[in-house]
Design a protein around this ligand. Structure first.
Ligand code: MBD
Ligand code: FE
Length: 304
């Protein structure tokens, strides 16, 4: 079928069974996506069997809560980041900490701590890490009281709430930076996440000849009144998958050095008997800007 015939067909679909105005934006998006799909079916000669198999694939992915994992896995979430970057550049914004994908594993409602927090519940295996830094504006001034939401995986790559073997809000906190914009936390080193074995995402990746692993990382939402919300992650250097992330989340500027601290007094202070890891990382937030798209957009998220 040629595209002219497809467009006539879409005209007919749009003018049949009409009972009201509908939503013009949804109408435009639906028409465009259906058209693109029809053209793909034509160009690739997608068979009926392939079509229904694909439909069922998404149905299953939805039932198992994996659509939020497929989106980063096929690069769409990173693509949205690059579009936000572009829009910010156009709006004259430059110099902030790079953004990167939120992923599907944030849970709202984490305990709030002032200035400092311990993220692990004391029962979580893994090497101790202390991370700290300052939240600043692009003017270089500290942002007092900035909110640093942090979440990460345990030493098996699992996230509390989704991994029901972990305690509630393990490795998740909201830290309110102090008057100098400083935040600090103690936790245990995360290990990279892997897609659920045999699940929809992993099966698709297999068909694409790709793996479903992420390098070890720590997620952040950093926000403050008068500033654009930053969604980002840091990566743990030297991970074998550092630049081979199935979700395309690693970016220059988000891989801080990890130091080993073997100082006796520092170890005693923390109550540990082995050297521990230290990471310093400062966040730079853009000031609010009406001409750039919002970064605190709504997205259905888990809450506990
Ligand atoms: C993760 O931990 C993650 O951060 C992303 C983007 C996708 C899957 C798991
Ligand atoms: Fe993650």
């Amino acid at each position: 079928m040629d595209t002219k015939t497809i467009d006539q067909l879409l005209d007919r679909f749009e003018t049949t069974g009409v009972v009201g105005e509908g939503n013009p934006r949804i109408k435009a998006i639906t028409r465009r996506l259906v058209r693109d799909l029809m053209i793909a079916i034509e160009d690739l000669d997608i068979t009926s069997e392939e079509f229904w198999s694909g439909l069922n694939y998404f149905a299953e992915a939805g039932r198992n809560g994996e659509l939020g994992l497929i989106a980063p896995g096929i690069g769409l979430e990173h693509f949205l980041d690059l579009r936000l970057d572009e829009a910010e550049t156009k709006a004259g914004l430059q110099g902030g900490t790079p953004r990167t994908i939120e992923g599907p594993l944030y849970v709202a409602g984490a305990p709030v701590a002032q200035g400092e927090a311990r993220l692990d519940d004391g029962q979580t295996a893994g090497e101790v890490v202390v991370m700290q830094g300052v939240v600043r504006g692009t003017d270089g001034k500290p942002v007092a009281g900035a909110q640093v939401e942090v979440w990460h995986a345990n030493d098996k790559g699992g996230y509390s709430y989704f991994d029901t073997t972990q305690s509630a809000f393990n490795l998740r906190r909201t830290i309110v930076a102090d008057a100098q914009g400083r935040y600090k936390f103690r936790s245990v080193m995360p290990v990279g996440y892997s897609c659920p074995p045999g699940g929809a995402t992993e099966r698709l990746l297999q068909q694409l000849g790709r793996h479903g692993h992420r390098p070890a990382h720590i997620h952040f939402f950093v926000s403050a009144p008068g500033h654009r919300k930053l969604t980002t992650q840091i990566n743990i250097e030297n991970d074998p998958h550092l630049w081979d992330d199935f979700a395309f989340g690693t970016r220059d500027g988000l891989v801080p050095p990890v130091h080993t601290n073997a100082d006796r007094a520092a170890m005693n202070d923390l109550g540990v008997d082995k050297p521990f890891y230290e990471i310093r990382f400062d966040f730079t937030l853009h000031a609010e800007k009406a001409s750039a798209p919002a970064t605190d957009f709504a997205r259905p998220r888990a809450a506990a």
